[in-house]
Design a protein around this ligand. Structure first.
Ligand code: ASP
Length: 583
């Protein structure tokens, strides 16, 4: 071994002993008669000291030639520091160097490798291996490692079997777009990379594995969006001979185990909410329940009072922001601009300031005198000092917009603390959703999700009303997991495909293997998958998943370090049958 200790290990108890460390030179400080070196490795930083008169002169000279990020071996005596550094775990001690060996030199790094770096995003992505030397990024990956280990420990304890499923599979039309891989041997034919191991894990249930899991890479060729990665990792799970309740309990067990072992947090039992309730009260299927601010419907109270905007609306609905009555004109304008942004799409925002002296000031004073506004306040349980914000229009759109406004207000009012965790099951999602572009129903989750038996009769008459045995796990307004109880008989699966507009022929061509498997004794089964990157980011208190992935792509889907996607040789294209050989 090139070292006796790590750079994070030495304490006062080591004083007087000798130690040899190896690591990277973070910084050299030359104060004339004394030279200090901060030596860093994965475990921490230790100060090395060389002093004129006390240290070997040649050694001192060598220390002065060291550059940042040189790889260095240093041996010496552990001594107590005169001025301690309580920011470092090793801050009570330093090493008086008696020997030193440069194991490798380094070019000056393109950015400082410290907690606060001067490197911009692109530069750090290009030199990701250097960025990974920085403590905050390293800690994020170590957190990910602990999460993965604890996930395995819990699931193993619950008799789940880890099985690898293939990465070169078949392209299917449902869901997101597939990444495809051309076959060299079979020109004109393609593999697809899995968007998830969904059908394989179901087949493993048919095989009798009973409980499966995998921490697995999935690929989706979706449009670029901030913080979306074309490849991402799921904790993918499936169980046989279970009902929805078993899944909910097993996997809230996983989440509670992770909170306990990784963060030392005892999570209470996870509350449950119906999808319909979530949409009605929060305008979202993944409500952030760190704060209340539930929707209050005012349609009956406020419609038909002569305010044309309200009178033409299907729904009038508001939220009450406690203590925000004194928002300035500018703040109110900002909120109005926010809801009018095309992504939110509201036509305007009605506000009512319920002043602390009990009077009202609103944007609809002309139509609603104080006694009317008092009725609103009573319904919304508003107190003097509160701000009521009201949107109106078409039902679903208005709810969605108010949901966004609620989140923004939550942030502005400091109600969304990153170190507070509110976990929630959302249950009974609709089975199907209508897509305007394709003019047909699509599976809201995926085509293998089972409808609630009591809703099956509605499949023909009101397909949009059919509820699914589907559930999502939501933490702080982020969907971190989702799954369903599956269809496990051929007839229902075939019915489902036909409702989704597949001809019998198409269904057979794409999913024949699954339909056939269902005829060989498929047990009742169901499962769930968690977005592992997102879960790690949440646990790490970060909005961005990138720092929790060792080598991520940037927001344009590029890997800046290896520089890909990239072109391939003309010869490769010919081999793959994608181009013809030039004559
Ligand atoms: N395969 C599903 C997904 O990736 C999860 C599941 O149903 O288990 O969303």
């Amino acid at each position: 071994m090139l070292r006796t200790h790590t750079c994070g290990e030495l304490r006062l108890t080591h004083v007087g002993t000798t130690a040899t460390l190896a690591g990277w030179v973070q910084r050299v400080r030359d104060k004339g008669s004394i030279v200090w070196i901060d030596l860093r490795d994965r475990y921490g930083i230790t100060q090395v000291i060389l002093e004129e008169g006390k240290s070997d002169a040649a050694l001192l000279m060598q220390a002065r030639t060291l550059g940042r990020e040189f790889v260095l071996q240093v041996g010496g005596t552990v001594t107590e520091r005169l001025s301690r550094n309580d920011k470092l775990a090793t801050g009570d001690v330093e090493i008086r160097a008696t020997h030193m060996r440069v194991l490798n030199t380094s070019k000056t790094p393109p950015f400082t490798i410290e907690d606060d770096t001067d490197g911009g995003d692109d530069l750090r992505m290009k030199y990701r291996y250097l960025d990974l030397r920085r403590a905050p990024v390293r800690e994020s990956l170590l957190l990910r490692h602990r999460m993965a280990q604890q996930t395995r420990a819990y699931l193993d304890g619950q008799r789940f079997v880890e099985v690898e499923t293939p990465v070169l599979i078949k392209s299917t039309p449902e869901g997101a777009r597939d990444f495809v891989v051309p076959s060299r041997i079979h020109h004109g034919e393609f593999y697809a990379l899995p968007q998830s191991p969904q059908t394989f894990k179901q087949l493993l249930m048919v095989s009798g594995f009973d409980r499966y899991y995998q921490i697995v890479k999935c690929f989706r060729d979706e449009d670029l969006r901030a913080d979306r990665q074309p490849e991402f990792t799921q904790i993918d799970c499936e169980m046989a001979f279970i009902e929805q309740e078993d899944i909910l309990l097993t996997f809230e067990g996983l989440i509670r185990h992770l909170f306990k072992t990784v963060k030392g947090i005892d999570l209470p039992a996870v509350p449950r909410m119906q999808y319909a309730e979530a949409m009605k009260n929060y305008g979202s299927d993944k409500p952030d329940t760190r704060f209340e601010m539930k929707f209050v419907e005012l349609t009956d109270l406020a419609k038909g009072k002569g305010f044309p905007v309200f009178d033409q609306s299907e729904l009038i609905v508001g939220i009450c922001a406690h203590g925000a009555a004194e928002y300035t004109r500018r703040q109110l304008d900002e909120l109005t601009d926010f809801v009018k942004r095309p992504q939110i799409g509201a036509r305007g925002l009605v506000y009512v300031q319920y002043k602390s002296d009990g009077t009202f000031k609103s944007s609809v004073d002309k139509f609603f005198p104080a006694d009317e506004l008092q009725k609103w306040a009573n319904t919304m349980k508003a107190q003097p000092g509160d701000l009521m914000l009201v949107l109106s229009g078409e039902r679903d759109k208005t709810r969605k917009a108010l949901g966004e406004l609620r989140l923004t207000l939550g942030t502005r009012l400091g109600l969304r603390d990153k170190n507070t965790f509110s976990v929630l099951w959302v249950l009974d999602f609709p089975l199907l959703e209508w897509h305007e572009e394709t003019h047909r129903y699509h599976a809201m989750h995926h085509p293998f999700t089972s409808p609630k038996p009591e809703d099956i009769p509605l499949l023909d008459s009101q397909p949009g009303q059919v509820r699914a045995n589907a559930y999502d796990l939501v933490i702080n307004g982020t969907e971190v997991g989702g799954g369903s109880i599956r269809i496990h008989d051929r007839a229902t699966q075939q019915l489902m495909f036909s409702k989704l507009g597949f001809t019998e022929e198409e269904a057979k061509r794409q999913f024949g293997f699954l339909l056939e498997a269902f005829e060989f004794g498929a047990p009742p089964h169901g499962g769930i998958a968690f977005g592992f990157d997102r879960l790690c980011a949440l646990f790490g208190g970060s909005d961005s998943i990138r720092d929790f992935i060792a080598f991520p792509k940037n927001n344009a889907g590029r890997d800046m370090m290896i520089d890909t996607p990239s072109t391939i040789a003309a010869e490769q294209l010919v081999e793959l049958g994608i181009a013809v050989r030039p004559q």
